[in-house]
Design a protein around this ligand. Structure first.
Ligand code: ADP
Length: 631
């Protein structure tokens, strides 16, 4: 039981930990799915961008390669040689210009022109237009200086006159082993850029310094990928490469980590791409060098689809693991519930078994207790029978004791008349001798009276000593009282005890055995006399009242003695309870009195009197009321 409780507490403690673990596992799965999808997506994005960049770099290189030879081809023409030889010959100028115009149109380039070794433009294909280069000096351009050194020149810049950006190709024009002039062809790369206009992701081309030359985001053109050192800025200014476009400012790419080994950037400023506003979130930047020019081709791939996919994967991962966990939880809970059900059933069976055992034990205990009780009842019954026997014997013994007392009284009562008889009879003899017959008759009458009195005493004694069964019959209390008093008269007179009786005028009769009632009253009066031994005022009051309780008369015997202590009062009616000196009382009087009264349906109790002294109240059944008699 204790173990189970401990287990439950343990489980309760572990539950939040498990929940935490479950959540952590799901989060881990989500993270792993997110990471994997992000990596895979970034890889794919990178591969896609690389292949596109390859294609475009190829196209760009091919284009450049195609135009790279054009100036050398144009330079082969004799009209240009002639002009270089006679720069001020108007016919030569016209011929050269016509040629350059035709050649330029045929090649599809922007402009083609011829410079002398000082950088002065002698003839140009755009001689007829308002932006004619003729007479302009481009000695500051690097392509001129490279061609002057006998090399092919390449340069991207914005035209200082035409204000159009373009790629310049230059070749020296030689004659007699010397460089006499420079032929330049400028092409518009915007046309080359056309293929990438279909790409959703921004694409841009930068030069070695990171200046954006071409871009599918128009606003970025001639801006910088990163700020330039001052020296580089100065050099660029000298060649007037981008002067027309104004100061070079950074696009504003903020680093935003890495994905699949490629750097990620966010845009610092809003910009419009080929398909509307560019999103503000991260781009993957892939780049590739265009070998022919040392330029760099960059593409900015929107990371959002990859991130969205990664997020979806993460959610899916969390969902799958959560589902699996829920499934596992359901299984575990089901198994636990099953185990609990089994355990519950077992516990119930155990409890039932225990209950049965307990009932059996209790039943056997009850049976034993019952048997013990029965034994005890038997014993009690035996004890009661023994007690009853003893009581009977005791009653007899008590009666004998009373008899002893009575015998003393009787002896005294008889002694007096006997002495009188003796005197009277002696006198009668003397009087008879003297023939005083009248006096003899008087003496004989007195003798006869004395004999009658003695006969009454002995008669009483006889009836008292007889162990007669209780005779329920109507009797008069005062007669029983008289009987008792007759035995105590001498003692009362000797000890100065007065007795007052308060009986109704027509005294009701009670159901009783007169002799026994006399015995009871004798006992009460003797006890009263004993109790008054040590007091000066010795009086007894006996009263009878039939008006208190219907069907009963209350006989009250009150004395002015020392009274009964509370402790003694509880035990008054116990057999052998006595406070009297040894030899003077057996402690049987009241118990016998109680028994006698019970036999005739009456009762006795001791009350505390208002004044000092003891009061005994006898509740006697009235003889003339009710018909139940002695029931
Ligand atoms: P006994 O008279 O032999 O002692 P009883 O049964 O008649 O036996 O009385 C028991 C006791 O009750 C007496 O010893 C006495 O202490 C007490 N008792 C009885 N009647 C009175 C009384 N009227 N006043 C005071 N005590 C009494």
């Amino acid at each position: 039981m204790l173990q189970a409780a401990r287990k439950r507490v343990g489980a309760r403690l572990r539950t939040p930990l498990r929940a935490l673990l479950g959540v952590a596992l799901a989060a881990l799965a989500g993270f792993a799915a997110w990471r994997a999808e992000l990596d895979a997506g970034a890889d794919a994005l990178r591969a896609q961008a690389a292949s596109r960049l390859n294609n475009y770099a190829g196209a760009l290189s091919a284009e450049i390669g195609r135009y790279g030879y054009l100036p050398s081809l144009i330079a082969l023409d004799g009209r240009l040689q002639r002009l270089l030889a006679q720069p001020h010959d108007a016919a030569a100028v016209r011929a050269a210009e016509a040629y350059l115009q035709r050649a330029n149109r045929a090649a599809g380039s922007s402009v083609a022109y011829l410079m002398d070794t000082s950088g002065l433009t002698l003839a140009s294909s755009n001689w007829k237009t308002p932006i004619s280069f003729v007479g302009a000096n481009f000695a500051f351009r690097p392509y001129f200086r490279e061609a002057l050194r006998g090399q092919a020149g390449r340069f991207y810049g914005i035209g200082t006159i035409s204000r159009d950006p373009g790629l310049y190709f230059s070749q020296p024009v030689r004659s007699g082993g010397r460089v006499r002039g420079v032929v330049v062809v400028k092409i518009d790369l915007d046309k080359v850029a056309v293929p990438w206009q279909g790409w959703r992701d921004p694409v841009l081309v930068t030069d070695r310094n990171g200046v954006v030359l071409l871009s599918s985001v128009p606003a970025w053109r001639f801006e910088l990928l990163a700020p330039l050192p001052a020296a580089v800025r100065r050099r660029i200014a000298q060649t007037q490469q981008y002067t027309v476009a104004g100061p070079l400012r950074p696009i504003g790419l903020l680093p935003a980590g890495q994905a699949a080994g490629a750097p990620l950037f966010r845009l610092a400023h809003a910009a419009r791409g080929p398909f509307g506003a560019l999103p503000p979130h991260a781009f993957m930047v892939n780049s590739r060098v265009v070998p022919a020019l040392g330029w760099r081709l960059l593409s900015l791939s929107d990371m959002r689809p990859v991130r969205d996919a990664a997020r979806r994967s993460a959610l899916a991962g969390v969902a799958v693991v959560g589902l699996l966990e829920s499934l596992a939880l359901v299984l575990v809970l089901r198994r636990r519930a099953q185990a609990e059900r089994v355990a519950g059933r077992e516990a119930l069976e155990r409890a039932y078994g225990e209950l049965e055992q307990r009932v059996a034990a209790r039943t056997s205990a009850l049976t034993q207790a019952n048997a013990a009780l029965q034994r005890e009842v038997d014993e009690r019954e035996r004890a009661e029978a023994a007690l009853r026997r003893t009581m009977d014997e005791l009653a007899q013994a008590g009666k004998l004791a009373a008899l002893g007392q009575m015998a003393a009284g009787v002896a005294h009562e008889l002694n007096q008349p006997l002495a009188a008889l003796h005197t009277l009879s002696d006198n009668a003899v003397v009087l008879l001798d003297k023939q005083r017959l009248d006096e003899v008759r008087g003496n004989l009458d007195a003798i006869s009276g004395l004999v009658r009195r003695m006969a009454r005493i002995t008669g009483d004694l006889k009836s008292f000593a007889r162990k007669a069964p209780a005779a329920w019959q109507p009797c008069t209390v005062s007669k029983a009282l008289d009987g008792a008093l007759s035995l105590l008269r001498r003692r009362f007179a000797q000890e100065g005890i007065t007795l007052e009786r308060a009986f109704p005028d027509d005294e009701p009769r009670v159901m009783c055995d007169e002799l026994r009632l006399q015995q009871v009253l004798l006992n009460l009066l003797v006890n009263a006399a004993d109790a008054m031994h040590g007091v000066a005022q010795r009086s007894i009051e006996v009263s009878l009242d039939a008006g208190v309780e219907p069907g009963f008369a209350l006989l009250r015997v009150a004395d002015s003695g020392e009274g009964i202590s509370p402790a003694a009062r509880k035990r008054l009616f116990e057999p052998f309870f006595t406070t009297k000196a040894q030899g003077t009382g057996l402690g049987l009087g009241l118990s016998i009195a109680q028994r006698i009264l019970r036999e005739v349906g009456a009762s006795i109790e001791a009350q505390s009197g208002q004044a000092a002294g003891a009061v005994f109240v006898l509740r006697l059944r009235l003889a003339d009321q009710g018909g139940d008699g002695h029931g």
